[in-house]
Design a protein around this ligand. Structure first.
Ligand SMILES: Cc1cc2nc3c(=O)[nH]c(=O)nc-3n(C[C@H](O)[C@H](O)[C@H](O)COP(=O)(O)OP(=O)(O)OC[C@H]3O[C@@H](n4cnc5c(N)ncnc54)[C@H](O)[C@@H]3O)c2cc1C
Length: 445
């Protein structure tokens, strides 16, 4: 059990995907440059590794983003996932996304951008899209589907395994990951954080890295940052006094299967994502329309399950600028998926694949859900917020983004430009580079 040092070079706050990945890569960068080692890095977590969203995520690793600069971030992330896929529980089964004709132009654009950065994907339209789906899932109801993107290098990871694997990498490199240490305040001198105030004493530090997930807004406020800001867009549009952080509630669930969920070739299927913006979801038991559009994703449940099944979800629900942060995740009854979510998920699945007809009774009843802090444009912010405080705020869709820690470590140790991170700087909101709205009902694209 590590004890809290009184001073350290790099203090990482939060032992989720980003804190752990950054700490591990910091250790490797310091070793490679001969300027230090993992002994110069600590990770503090008020509870322990995976106590936040990283421990309850669905684990999908994909690159279906209309925000093009994210494509390079995901390319680096897949490099991290495949660095040690066994340790991280990464299953590189691919990712298939299906849409209606209204998304064809967006898919063409993002397909071209993905391939420009070496993130290999194939695009299918019209009849080809339908037959591609049926080759993998012979019972796929392809009505309404006009476009399909197949990301070959995507997949999913077990969340517990990924967190444990990253914590092990930290330990292997001499990084101390210390649980039960809550950062309760910051001693700011001359605009820089000189010390962290924790429940176990003060720690003097040179550089602070924040990987705080849903708790980011709380520390943003502790560091004296503004609660609202003006958003400037490239076309000259300005939105005044926008909330800096907005909480959303993510709903997920698991459905047991009686036959193994496999492809026609008897393989673990790609993660499937379907958004049909004009196709309603009809309740498979009552016959009533429960939504005027379809948005659903699922994959094999793997480590999440106690017996064979799939795990999936839908669009998150907006809460607003305030939310209850603790207790977090499955321990907070306020934010769990309701029975209506189970109706929606199983009906949407049955509508797309008859093999799921009658599956409402197979929905696994247990708490499932958690909240996240989203940025003003729902796109991550990776930037210095004080001269020695670097923030990784992934807008709650970054379990997949293990590559951010790798890139951030280069910046923190080398001090050089890391161009992939630059579009995610905080000053984009003031400088007319706020990311725009995208053609989707979901805030994750
Ligand atoms: C239900 C759900 C499903 C999701 N599914 C996916 C998915 O399939 N794919 C995907 O890419 N993303 C997914 N996400 C989003 C993803 O999980 C998060 O974006 C990501 O895990 C955030 O990682 P993090 O390291 O920033 O924060 P977290 O994992 O939340 O870690 C933050 C840590 O900070 C600690 N902490 C908080 N306050 C303090 C303090 N004062 N002092 C010390 N420590 C503190 C917490 O204990 C916690 O361990 C999902 C999220 C949820 C909620």
């Amino acid at each position: 059990m590590s004890t809290l040092p009184s001073s350290i070079t790099y203090a990482v706050v939060g032992a989720g995907i980003h804190g752990l990945s950054t700490a591990w890569h910091l250790a490797m960068e310091l070793e490679a440059k001969g300027t230090g080692s993992g002994k110069d890095v600590i990770v503090l977590d008020k509870t322990g590794p995976g106590a936040g969203a990283s421990g309850i995520a669905c684990g999908c690793v994909r690159n279906l983003y209309m925000t093009e600069p994210l494509h390079a971030i995901l390319r680096h992330s897949v490099d991290v996932w495949t660095y040690d896929p066994v340790a991280f529980g990464f299953q590189q089964v691919g990712y298939v996304s299906a849409g209606e004709a209204n998304q064809l132009a967006d898919y063409e654009k993002l397909h071209a951008s993905q391939n420009r950065v070496g993130y290999h994907s194939d695009l299918y339209a019209g009849k080809d899209a339908k037959s591609f789906l049926r080759n993998i899932w012979p019972d796929f109801n392809t009505d309404g589907i006009d476009v399909v993107l197949h990301e070959k290098i995507s997949g999913y990871a077990g969340t517990r395994q990924a967190v444990a694997g990253l914590a092990q990498k930290c330990a292997d490199h001499g990084v101390r990951v210390i649980s039960g240490v809550e950062v309760q305040g910051y001693d700011v001198k001359n605009g820089r954080v000189a010390k962290l105030h924790t429940n176990k004493g003060d720690v003097a530090c040179d550089v602070v890295v924040l990987g705080l997930g849903a708790w980011t807004g709380k520390h943003w406020e502790m560091l004296g940052q503004p609660a609202t800001l003006d958003l400037h867009y490239a076309d000259g549009k300005v939105i005044k006094n926008n909330d800096m952080w907005t909480y959303w509630r993510l709903l997920e669930g698991e459905v047991y299967v009686h036959e193994p969920y496999r492809t026609a070739d008897d393989l673990d299927p790609p993660v499937l994502h379907v958004e049909l913006m004009t196709t309603p979801v009809i309740d498979q038991n009552t016959g009533k329309e429960i939504a005027d559009h379809t948005y659903v994703y699922w994959k094999n449940g793997a480590e999440r399950m106690d017996k064979p099944g799939v795990q999936g979800g839908s669009i998150p629900i907006k809460l607003g600028p305030k939310a209850t942060l603790d207790p977090y995740g499955h321990d907070n009854p306020e934010y769990q998926a309701e029975p209506e979510f189970a109706d929606y998920l199983t009906s949407a699945m049955a509508q797309l694949m008859p093999r799921f007809k009658g599956s409402r009774k197979d929905f696994r009843e247990r708490p499932n859900g958690g909240i996240g802090a989203f940025t003003p444009d729902n796109v991550p912010i990776f930037d210095w917020i004080l001269p020695n405080v670097y923030m990784i705020a992934d807008s709650n869709h970054g379990f997949k983004m293990t590559g951010v820690g790798k890139l951030a470590a280069k910046l923190l140790v080398g001090g050089n430009r890391v161009p992939e991170l630059e579009p995610f700087a905080f000053d984009r909101f003031a400088k007319g580079r706020t990311f725009g709205t995208s053609n989707s009902n979901c805030p994750w694209v």
